[in-house]
Structure formats: structure tokens, C-alpha cells
Design a protein. Structure first.
Length: 269
């Protein structure tokens, strides 16, 4: 019944799509001077027939989720959440996304190929961005005690880009934007690896000048690992953090590529 209703909805609504005078997306009211065809909004470029098709398919998917086996409906629901459609995506925006993906692909591979023990990754200008949220995390976690105040810097540095992932998905329904947020999450974890590996050596320059060796309380990860007897495992922990960050970054690039494929198919349909 849902499929039949969807088909009828598409056929009937596509017949009257040219009657739209106010765009349902940007609320632009068609003027006599507008020179676009009746099926395309002159304000934002929304193609009404594609938009109506998307609404029908979305409604059909909602019906199917109620009737199909739970396992399959969960998979469809997750796919719908993490790879939302963009039937109205303009060509200019698609090619901009493609250009951004190429840049982040090359940039991400550069980060992955860096040896965290050379500290090269923290010489990137992007380390300054990570550092801002790192320091903010120390302040935000003060109410949760000393340990969380120390750990909060590293934690918040990773949580901020992870928050952006879900902000893009929930608020904007933008899977590609979310993939860039996940890319940053992986990069942020990799940015932490040199700091963790320095817990015994205490040679990295710290904010404000000097190194961890200049004061017993200056190095976050020395203060986290030493009381627990884990100081000798600093390199191993850093290796795992770097590897997980690299994996997350690669997943983000694959996700972004998949979203581009989805957008391209919708654009040419």
C-alpha cells in the first residue's frame, strides 16, 4: 500500500509541481521577471519534481520500516541517518564538495604518513586549532576534579569535532559535512599521540614556554600515567591512539567518497 501511495503521489504531484509559486525550501516567491523554468526555484535552484520524489520515497521508506523485520529496518534507519539524501544539490555545490574531499584526502594521507615520534604532526598549523580546544577542555572539566581537569584537555579536543559530526547529521542532514567532522576527530587523536609519547622524555615544548621537565605538574600525560604505574607504556599507548586516529580518518574519507557518489547519482537522475 505504501509503494502504491508513493507512486501515485509522485505522478500526481509532479503534474502540479509547475504550479508552485512559493519555494518550500527557501520561501522564494516566483516573480514575473524570473526566467527559470516553472519546475526550478529561481531563488535556491530546488527542482520541485526531484524534491517531491524525495518526499515520496522518504514516506515510503518510513512505511517499510514499520513492516519489515527489525534487523533490516535498523539497517535502513542507520543508512538513512548516516547517508541522508540531497536530491536538490546544485552542481556547483557538488563540485565544491568534490574539491574539498580531494584536499582532505591528500592532507589526511600526509598526516597518516607522519611518524608521531618525530613530532612533525604538532608542527602543522592545524595543531593550533586543536590546542585551542585542548586548553578550553582543562577549564571546562575543573568541576569534575583534578584527574578530569588534566584529562579534560585531551578529551575535549576529540569531543568537539565528534560533536560536529552529529550536528551536521541531526541539524543539517549533511552526511558529507559530518564526514569532515569525523576526519577532524581522527586527526585530533593523531595530534595527541606525540604528547602521550613524551610522558617520560618530557622534551616537547609546552604552551607558555619550556618543557614538561621544567615543572613536575606541567605535562598532562605524565601526570595521568605516572600515578597509575603506566608511565613505561607511553609509547605503546601513543601508538594505539595514533593507529585509531588514522583508522577514523580513513573511515571519514571513505564516508565522504560514498556521500559524493550518492549526491552524484541524485544530481544526474
Amino acid at each position: 500500500m505504501g509503494l502504491l501511495a508513493g507512486v501515485v503521489f509522485i505522478l500526481v504531484k509532479s503534474k502540479i509541481s509547475s504550479m508552485y509559486t512559493t519555494c518550500p525550501k527557501c520561501q522564494h516567491t516566483r516573480q514575473a521577471t524570473d526566467d527559470t523554468v516553472a519546475d526550478i526555484c529561481p531563488g535556491c535552484g530546488l527542482v520541485f519534481s526531484k524534491w517531491l520524489k524525495y518526499l515520496a520515497l522518504d514516506a515510503q521508506l518510513g512505511d517499510s520500516l514499520k513492516t519489515e523485520p527489525q534487523g533490516q529496518s535498523v539497517k535502513r534507519g542507520l543508512a538513512r541517518f548516516f547517508a541522508p539524501s540531497r536530491p536538490d544539490i546544485p552542481k556547483e555545490e557538488f563540485f565544491l564538495y568534490l574539491f574539498i574531499w580531494v584536499i582532505f584526502f591528500a592532507w589526511g594521507l600526509d598526516f597518516i604518513m607522519m611518524d608521531f615520534q618525530t613530532n612533525k604532526i604538532i608542527q602543522s598549523w592545524f595543531h593550533i586549532v586543536d590546542l585551542v580546544f585542548h586548553e578550553a577542555g582543562h577549564v571546562l572539566f575543573i568541576p569534575f576534579g583534578r584527574t578530569m581537569t588534566i584529562f579534560g584537555g585531551s578529551l575535549f579536543q576529540v569531543l568537539v569535532p565528534l560533536f560536529l559530526v552529529f550536528a551536521f547529521l541531526i541539524r543539517n542532514r549533511d552526511g558529507f559535512g559530518a564526514s569532515i567532522g569525523l576526519w577532524w576527530t581522527g586527526q585530533s587523536m593523531m595530534d595527541l599521540a606525540p604528547y602521550i609519547a613524551d610522558a617520560r622524555a618530557l622534551q616537547l615544548p609546552l604552551l607558555g614556554g619550556g618543557t614538561g621537565a621544567d615543572g613536575a605538574m606541567r605535562h598532562d600525560w605524565a601526570n595521568l600515567l605516572r600515578p597509575r604505574g603506566w608511565l613505561e607504556y607511553d609509547i605503546q599507548i601513543a601508538t594505539w591512539v595514533d593507529a585509531i586516529g588514522s583508522g577514523i580518518l580513513l573511515i571519514a574519507l571513505a564516508w565522504g567518497a560514498y556521500m559524493l557518489r550518492v549526491y552524484y547519482k541524485e544530481m544526474v537522475d
